[in-house]
Design a protein around this ligand. Structure first.
Ligand code: COA
Length: 570
């Protein structure tokens, strides 16, 4: 059956190699010149608990993980139980049997292929390679290039030793033989290979790390936290080649303090964390605003509050990112839509921090952090690097000098004549503590007014669609990719629907929101949090009264959910 895209979901237990099997399929499809979007969800335990990996692949661009699967491969009974309601006529079910830990009931219209994964791996005396038996079978059943799969499998396992590699290659071949022996029905196939493009396949977290390196980062300090840790891991591997430094701090407060210190010393710096870490950093974010010290921070949002659902997806740090601090502490907040943004907008966030001498928070999220996607291979020469305004050594140096654009030149410590205090206390132009009322007004205005141009200079909001519409859907973060597809599908059904996709979350481009809303009868805002946080800001800052559509069960929206709600609203 020819289908534009194919969605394969693998479910099993954490520790059974679900993630590796999914990664191999994604990498093989990408090497075959296809577009790939993956989604994975797993428990907070290292071993055990339900683990799921979904690969969506197509010859055309894919924007999200899709509504549901076409093919479901179950490694165990728990995965079957959790997904059996999604086995609908036309879908294909590959499962561990006979000899697995469950006996499925196959619904009418579902094509089922039993593959004895556990038994075969046990016979090979390599229980770990159960996932490779499954992979061999999936390769044969759905036209995934065997040669390419073996290539990526070898790349991954060769470091684990020849014995492990050979076991796995053997298990792959056994899985393939088992599938060849099955009487196959003509169901789904991965699209045929295309001319390879100049793309890479990379996760959201690695992409933020790559953006940091491309953006000219000198110093990174962080404390590990799920789902943000891989950003530091990527930077740790690559920053030494650029003579930069990565420090693992003793906690989040120390990490942001180290970043502030290094930034004061003239270095381009950043940290990365998740919600609980961002909460701890709130005090120093205020100090960065007050002392006008450039600071860039990636917040990979996860299910909260508190330790919440550490490995699950949520978009619930918008309140904290925009206003999390005491006093009036202004900052810039951006959010990424996809993995490509993770690269480009990390560079841009570093630039903005330098240009405006303020904290810049880049919001990513749990689904994007672990999602791997095919993106154009970045070319270092295509990135513009912005550095801070520096003192020219002329006249008296005033760190907080009142200037036309409200941005004062910075000066590295040790520069002759440039002695100054950078302080969290309210201060004069020279940096001396000062409680004078007039001075207070001048410095507060300076810190706020310097950020006003950002709404006009940073990334215009993308409007998807023209003319008047019955419904406008406003989305942020990785929900944008879901809404793009939902809007396309609704338009194909003849509905009058438009999309609005802001990446600059704060300061809010109010005029652009209002201009968009004027063209739509109703506004819907789907977002993955309980309170409808963006809806709240839209109500507070603009004249729009949006209809909030919040969900927060640890999973991203599907296009079908957005379509259903849109129809209800219209
Ligand atoms: N032969 C040999 N090794 C294999 C293998 C095979 N056939 N299949 C997988 N492996 C290895 C993988 O290479 C990986 O090792 P690596 O880390 O050295 O690369 C390891 O086994 C785990 O396999 P993988 O496929 O990556 O994961 P999984 O599907 O088994 O799921 C996780 C396990 C990832 C979900 C789980 O370990 C995890 O990390 N949970 C999250 C923990 C967390 O973040 N908690 C939050 C605390 S706040």
């Amino acid at each position: 059956m020819a289908k534009k895209d194919l969605i394969i979901r693998i479910g099993g237990e954490g520790g059974e190699g679900v993630v590796s099997a999914g990664d191999f399929i994604a990498a093989a499809c990408a090497r075959a010149g296809l577009e790939v979007y993956t989604f994975k969800t797993f428990p907070a335990e290292i071993k055990g608990g339900y683990c799921m990996y979904q690969v969506r692949t197509s010859a055309e661009r894919v924007y999200n993980q899709g509504d549901t699967f076409d093919v479901f491969c179950a490694f165990n009974g728990e995965a079957y139980e959790l997904n059996k309601h999604l086995l609908i006529p036309g879908s294909v079910f590959v499962y561990d049997g006979p000899g697995g830990d469950f006996e499925p009931e196959i619904p009418e219209g579902v094509t089922a292929y039993p593959i004895p994964m556990t038994k075969t791996a046990q016979a090979l005396k390599s229980k770990r390679s159960k996932n490779m038996v499954a992979l061999g079978a999936l390769s044969t059943l759905f036209n995934i290039s065997e040669a390419t799969l073996k290539e990526v499998l070898t790349d991954k396992f060769k470091n684990k030793g020849e014995e492990i590699l050979n076991f796995n290659l053997g298990a792959f071949d056994e899985g393939k033989k088992l599938a060849e022996a099955i009487e196959k029905v003509d169901t789904f196939r991965v699209a045929d290979p295309k001319e390879p493009k100049d793309v890479i396949i990379i996760s959201g977290n690695d992409a933020c790390g790559m953006g940091a390196i491309l953006g000219g980062l000198d110093f990174f300090s962080a404390y590990p936290i799920t789902p943000a840790t891989e950003i530091a891991k990527f930077v740790a591997t690559h920053i030494p080649k650029k003579a930069g430094t990565l420090l693992q701090a003793e906690d989040e407060i120390a990490s942001i303090a180290q970043v502030m210190g290094a930034s004061y010393a003239g270095k381009k710096c950043m940290t990365a964390t998740s919600g609980p870490g961002l909460a701890l950093m709130a005090e120093l974010l205020g100090m960065s605003s007050m002392s006008e010290t450039p600071l860039m921070l990636v917040d990979v949002q996860r299910g909260g509050p508190s330790t919440g659902m550490p490995t699950k997806h949520e978009q619930s740090d918008l309140f904290l990112a925009i206003h999390g601090s005491h006093g009036d502490a202004e900052r810039i907040v951006l959010s990424v839509e996809d993995v490509n943004d993770c690269i480009n907008m990390t560079v841009e966030a570093l630039n903005l921090a330098e240009e405006y001498q303020c904290p810049v928070i880049l919001l990513s999220d749990g689904s994007l952090a672990f999602s791997t996607q095919t993106v154009p291979a970045p070319k270092p020469e295509n990135f513009t690097i912005v550095n801070r305004k520096k003192w020219d050594g002329q006249g008296e140096y005033k760190r907080y000098e009142l200037t036309d654009d409200n941005i004062s030149p910075m000066c590295d410590p040790g520069t002759p004549g440039g002695q100054h205090i950078a302080t969290g206390l309210e201060h004069t132009e020279k940096g001396a503590p000062c409680w004078d009322l007039h001075n207070r007004d001048l410095q507060m205005d300076k810190r706020f007014n310097k950020l006003r141009p950002v709404v006009n200079t940073y990334k215009p909001v993308e409007v998807d669609g023209e003319g008047e519409a019955d419904l406008g859907v406003i989305a942020w973060g990785s929900t944008i990719g879901v809404v793009r597809e939902a809007v396309d599908r609704m338009r194909a059904e003849g509905m009058k629907v438009k999309g609005f996709y802001p990446k600059l979350m704060w300061p809010m481009p109010v005029e652009q929101y209002e201009a968009f809303a004027k063209t739509c009868k109703k506004i819907l805002v789907p977002e993955v949090n309980y309170l409808g946080q963006l809806s709240h800001f839209i109500r507070a800052e603009t004249s729009i009264s949006p209809i909030s559509y919040p969900i927060c069960q640890g999973l991203p929206f599907t296009p079908a959910q957005v379509i259903e709600k849109s129809k209800e609203v219209i």
